[in-house]
Design a protein around this ligand. Structure first.
Ligand code: AMP
Ligand code: ZN
Length: 472
């Protein structure tokens, strides 16, 4: 399996540290608000990566943090704590906000068939671990105290900027976004490990520490939570591309300074979901959530399908028109699968199964190319083989794609409409074929198929709810 590694900027063969086992870490959500569908694009694509690894037989342990403290409104060390902003907005405590939006996040994940990681760890549960690592960084000379805060000293590293497709001066924390520089910092790229003094003093959650009462910086939590559960050698770390700098750069700096050797071999970054007007945001434009899509009548799995149609390393533009196109394609796919389910199954053709599976594996092995993976799925539908073979393949691919294909097809409208009548499989198959012909505007074929159904002793009636077929 080959994966594009942001660290080396190359597609590389994925070789875990221990054969057959994968340590995987994912930056979790900041639970101050609902996740927008852009955030969820990252989690969908990471879910596919994890499931594909398992599909190939790898034993994956996946860990994710929940950011419930320390993530400031600027990814540098300025602005307000996002959690505090959420609490003020809703007149609740930070922990109430954290609980509510953590639950909401996992409810969205469930609707999108995103598996919950093996370990989910909130930052507020690991304060002692953060303190231990920060203390060691101070002892090793990688961190210093200034103005009440503890900073990481980036000048102590041979190489700080690891994701350096960017210009260093654009990246330096404190000079981005016109933010004023923190005078305590020895170097402009230094970042806070522990705050006791910040520009806002009403931080709700604070803990005692050797440096005074305060709270951790955002970056230290991912280093510590990862090392706590996955040890000193991480195989793969995931996140959205905006996390590459400064967050992941700082994670590498801290972790490697602490353990004294290379920490993580592969970095998997998902490109952004954008709107027509640019970056998706929770604060401007329409706040696009899974619930909003549902309220407009979309099946959340249509959004998952929409994401899978594109490669994770290309940015993707969300418009309702694009989502509608995905919905049409998804419904067609489901109708075709329902038609297969309605036919006499036959036997699974093992040779054909392996041949068609191979093209799915080839697509996915090539840097998780889900759009070609979907093409492999369409090739199954078109293939010259038994319904049993096709359905077995669909079931197999869906272990990775997680689109609930067989289940959705089983529950699809045509089946429900006709279930009461208990129509024989041949009639159901003809009805599906006719439905497709009508959709394709092939009315001559549709009429021919109707005549066939009638000739077999059934009536065909068009109603507002769809076609109703009954025994004559
Ligand atoms: P946050 O809750 O802000 O910490 O972000 C959660 C995840 O969503 C992180 O991995 C981000 O990199 C990712 N993310 C943020 N915005 C987008 C977007 N527009 N498209 C895809 N992923 C995003
Ligand atoms: Zn992180």
């Amino acid at each position: 399996m080959y994966i594009y590694n942001t660290l080396t900027r190359k597609k590389e063969e994925f070789i875990p540290n221990v054969e057959g086992k994968v340590n995987m870490y994912t930056c979790g959500p900041t639970v101050y608000h609902y996740a927008h569908i852009g955030n969820l694009r990252s989690y969908i694509m990471e879910d596919v990566l994890e499931k594909y690894m398992r599909y190939t037989g790898l034993d994956v342990k996946r860990v994710m943090n929940i950011t419930d403290v320390g993530h400031l409104t600027s990814d540098g060390d300025t602005g307000d704590d996002k959690m505090l902003k959420g609490a003020k907005r809703e007149h609740k405590t930070v922990m109430e906000i954290a609980k509510f939006y953590t639950d909401a996040f996992f409810a969205d994940c469930k609707k999108l068939n995103i598996k919950t990681p093996d370990v989910v760890e909130p930052a507020t549960g690991c304060i002692d671990d953060f303190i231990k690592v920060i203390q060691s960084l101070i002892e090793k000379g990688f961190a210093y105290e200034a103005g009440g805060n503890i900073y990481f000293d980036t000048s102590k590293l041979e190489k700080y900027y690891v994701f350096n497709d960017f210009k260093e001066e654009d990246l330096a924390v404190g000079v981005r976004e016109g933010v004023e520089e923190d005078e305590n910092k020895r170097n402009k790229a230094d970042f806070v490990l522990w705050f006791t003094k910040s520009k806002f003093d009403d931080q709700e959650l604070k803990w005692d520490s050797p440096w005074g009462i305060g709270y951790p910086g955002w970056h230290i939590e991912c280093s510590c939570i990862s090392m706590k559960h996955l040890g000193e050698y991480l195989d793969i770390h995931c996140g959205g591309i905006d996390n590459a700098f400064p967050h992941h750069t700082n994670e590498i700096a801290q972790s490697e300074a602490y353990i004294g050797h290379k920490w993580c071999n592969y970095w998997f970054h998902v490109l952004h979901l954008n709107t027509n007007s640019g970056k998706m945001s929770k604060s401007s434009g329409e706040f696009l959530t899974v619930s909003l899509l549902e309220s407009k009548g979309y099946n959340p799995l249509v959004y998952r399908f929409f994401c899978l149609q594109s490669h994770y390393r290309k940015s993707l533009v969300f418009t309702y028109e694009n989502l509608d196109n995905a919905a049409v394609a998804f419904n067609k796919l489901i109708a075709k699968i329902a038609a297969l389910q309605a036919q006499p199954q036959g036997e699974v053709d093992k040779a054909k199964f392996d041949e068609l599976k191979n093209s799915f594996v080839t697509a996915m092995d090539n840097d998780i190319n889900t759009s070609l993976g979907i093409t492999a799925l369409y090739d199954v539908l078109k293939a010259d083989t038994t319904p049993a073979t096709k359905l077995a393949l669909i079931d197999d691919f869906d272990k990775v794609l997680s689109l609930s294909l067989l289940e959705t097809a089983k529950n699809s409208v045509t089946k429900q409409e006709n279930e009461a009548e208990e129509l024989p499989a041949e009639i159901l198959a003809l009805a599906e074929e006719r439905k497709q012909a009508r959709k394709d505007k092939n009315f001559a074929l549709a009429d021919e198929l109707r005549d066939k159904i009638v000739a077999m002793g059934y009536t065909v009636e068009e109603t507002r709810q769809g076609t109703v077929i009954k025994k004559a």
